[in-house]
Design a protein around this ligand. Structure first.
Ligand code: 3PG
Length: 395
């Protein structure tokens, strides 16, 4: 972005791909972290006199407009934070987008409606995606520049992330540059001990990252819904807890090969149903009653995880270790988060859910070296995969 600014952008239209995919309760944004993280790039462009057009997605609509996925709440929040009007076009590449862009003055910002309302954005067909990128170029003009700032989507080969960069002079925004600089420190000779804490519900989503991280880390702590498949692989009965039976053999292999590095929970908070008002009790990992389900790690596990994290020089944490959205099952995630935040390690939180947990549980954000806006993107970066949205910028 500094290169683009140095060249001068006053009066030039700049298309910015941001990640404004924020959690909503109805139309109320429950965590605006991703919008705030987009501000430095938008402010810098605005102050330099660019005419800024933002494209972004919200949720996973099925390639057609759906009111509940409108970017209207994001546009409103952006306007509040920037203290300016931020008009939202009703469409992406149609008449509303054209007139909204035509009305921009130097230093103005407008938002196009959810890019995933157009099925070509996420199409498997590269020609369809390229056609959407052409339509976006027609809206902003062929002399526009493209700034990629949606770090959370750089792992997606999608029209507004990938093909568009092949059509316009392209630049990494501040968020993309900062995120990659921090994550790179985890992959290139991290200070040791290097500890990774992984939570979240599905072990299948994380197997890639678990497998590629195990050789690199000193300890891998596993909590959340994923833990039960590992426990089942050790022969424990997990009752009604989340279980991916088809992943048990893989978990068994991982335990056989890297059992010395993998740390599993030793106790759980179990519940008689998946509900905030469920009856709960604390049991050891080998005593989950058959009709109950584990919804959080127990106090001994949380304390142990926090202690291991506090003793590490480098910590990466992705995924809550319990159903933190319900107060009765939030203690594990809070204790682990406070343990990391209270230590002086180089600590990175990755993933929308963990970042939201930090903020909604009131853990001091300043205690972390970096809170990544990327969920899948940060995991794929650490896995060492090529991320299309970054590769295309390096071309
Ligand atoms: C995210 O929430 O991780 C990003 O916004 C990407 O969203 P997606 O997983 O729907 O592509």
């Amino acid at each position: 972005l500094d290169d683009l600014l140095a060249a001068g952008v006053a009066g030039r239209t700049v298309l910015v791909r941001a990640d404004l995919n924020v959690p909503l309760d109805g139309s109320v944004i429950t965590d605006d972290g991703r919008i705030r993280a987009s501000l430095p790039t938008l402010q810098a462009l605005r102050q330099a006199g660019a005419r800024v057009v933002v494209t972004a997605h919200l949720g996973r609509p099925k390639g057609a407009p759906e009111a509940k996925y409108s970017l209207a709440p994001a546009a409103e929040r952006l306007a509040e934070l920037l203290e300016i009007d931020v008009p939202l076009a009703d469409d992406l590449v149609g008449p509303s987008a054209r007139s909204t862009v035509a009305a921009l003055q130097d230093g103005d910002i407008a938002l196009l409606e959810n890019v995933r309302f157009d099925a070509r954005e996420t199409s498997k067909d590269a020609a369809e995606r390229a056609a959407l990128a052409d339509d976006l170029v027609a809206v902003v003009g062929a002399d526009a520049a493209f700034v990629s700032d949606g770090f959370g989507v750089v792992h997606r080969k999608q029209a507004s992330v990938y093909e568009i960069a092949q059509k316009l002079p392209h630049f990494a925004g501040y968020l993309v540059s900062n995120e990659t600089a921090v994550l790179k420190k985890l992959t290139v000779d991290p200070e040791r001990p290097y500890v990774v804490i992984l939570g979240g519900s599905k072990v299948s989503d994380k197997l890639g990252v678990i497998t590629s991280l195990l050789p690199q880390v000193d300890q891998l702590l596993i909590g959340g819904g994923m833990a039960y498949t590992f426990l089942a692989a050790q022969g424990h009965d997990v009752g009604q807890s989340l279980l991916q039976e088809d992943q048990i053999p893989t978990c068994r292999d991982l335990l056989a090969e890297h059992g010395d590095k993998i740390v599993l929970p030793s106790d759980f908070v179990v519940a008689d149903k998946f509900a905030a008002d469920a009856e709960t009790k604390i049991v050891s990992a080998d005593a989950i009653p058959s009709e109950w389900m584990g919804l959080d790690v127990g106090p001994d596990t949380a304390a142990r995880f926090a202690e291991i994290a506090a003793g590490a020089a480098t910590v990466f944490w992705n995924g809550p270790v319990g159903v933190f959205e319900m107060t009765a099952f939030a203690n594990g995630t809070r204790t682990v988060a406070e343990g990391i935040a209270g230590a002086s390690s180089f600590s990175v939180v990755g993933g929308g859910d963990s970042a939201a947990a930090v903020r909604t549980l009131g853990v001091d954000e300043a205690g972390f070296t970096h809170i990544s806006t990327g969920g899948g993107a940060s995991l794929e970066y650490l896995e060492g995969k090529e991320l299309p949205g970054l590769a295309v910028l390096e071309d």
